[in-house]
Design a protein around this ligand. Structure first.
Ligand SMILES: [Zn+2]
Length: 276
């Protein structure tokens, strides 16, 4: 199954800042655990970001619109928007799950996620849909995506004892696993098929040239990390599995996005051929 992880906020958009926590960082740490969990379960995972960046522009709206469009163009089958919450009260606790008013199966999926979260130690706060005066879904990531979309607000940053639980790596991972378990159970993906996802087998290699393997200074499953390494080492390039130099490229952000799409499409095709 193609699962898109919209890892909330990033770059200049911090999300909620309270109690010494910054939401964009919480989302990223949690999101990477969810990504790993789905890959381990043999699912195909796309992430809106894998570092502290906004891949879609400068504003929060840019990220919401860009992320939804990317998920649509990738043909993702499930969109999970990962966030941490805020409230005016400093005693609100638990996970909130939001689904589309048009999603007839949304409530059932959220119920199962809530059940698994509770087992992992994070109780439910609320499951709901939110609709604007114009009758459309209120939240952009739900309104603009054309696949099933769920917003997961893991805990309240504004309630210290709620967010603090996620400091513990074991707890954070148990909750991430709860999300993966709920999704794979809901969609019947637990069929013993544990083929690795594409990103476990696809490496981006940083070399001076493809024909010179001895110049290699790193191999990464995450493209952004390979790009960072190349940036730190002038004269080095990032190569994909086929030996094509994918970075540096000539242009700016748009080129990066096109390249990201191209790579994802080809990785997906490789997985498709593998599973035929
Ligand atoms: Zn948020």
């Amino acid at each position: 199954m193609k699962i898109y992880l919209d890892i909330g906020h990033g770059g200049g958009d911090s999300g909620v800042v309270a109690n010494g926590y910054v939401e964009k960082d919480l989302n990223l740490r949690f999101g990477m655990m969810v990504r790993e969990g789905f890959l381990r379960r043999g699912q195909t995972v796309f992430c809106s970001r894998e570092t502290d960046v906004n891949n879609f522009g400068t504003t929060a709206d840019d990220a919401i619109i860009g992320s939804a469009k990317l998920a649509n163009s990738l043909g993702a089958e499930l969109f999970l928007s990962l966030h941490f919450n805020s409230a005016t009260s400093d005693t609100a606790t638990g996970v909130q799950l939001i689904y589309s008013k048009n999603d007839s199966k949304g409530r059932a999926l959220c119920d199962l996620i809530a059940k698994k979260y509770k087992e992992a130690g994070q109780p439910l706060n609320a499951i709901y849909t939110r609709v604007s005066d114009n009758g459309l879904d209120y939240y952009g990531v739900i309104r603009l995506t054309n696949m099933q979309a769920i917003i997961v607000e893991n805990a309240f940053v504004t309630t210290l004892q709620d967010v603090k639980k996620f400091d513990d790596d074991k707890f954070c991972k148990a909750v991430a696993e709860a999300l993966c378990d709920a999704v794979t159970e809901f969609f019947g993906l637990n069929d013993g098929n544990d083929k690795p996802g594409e990103e476990e087998t696809m490496y981006y290699r940083v070399r001076k040239s493809w024909d010179d393997p001895s110049s290699q200074i790193g191999a990464y499953t995450v493209l952004e990390n390979a790009i960072k390494k190349a940036d730190e080492n002038p004269g080095y390039y990032v190569f994909d599995e086929s030996g094509k130099a994918v970075y540096p490229t000539a242009g700016g952000t748009d080129d990066y996005k096109a390249m990201y799409l191209d790579l994802k499409a080809r990785a997906d095709e490789a997985v498709r051929l593998l599973t035929m």
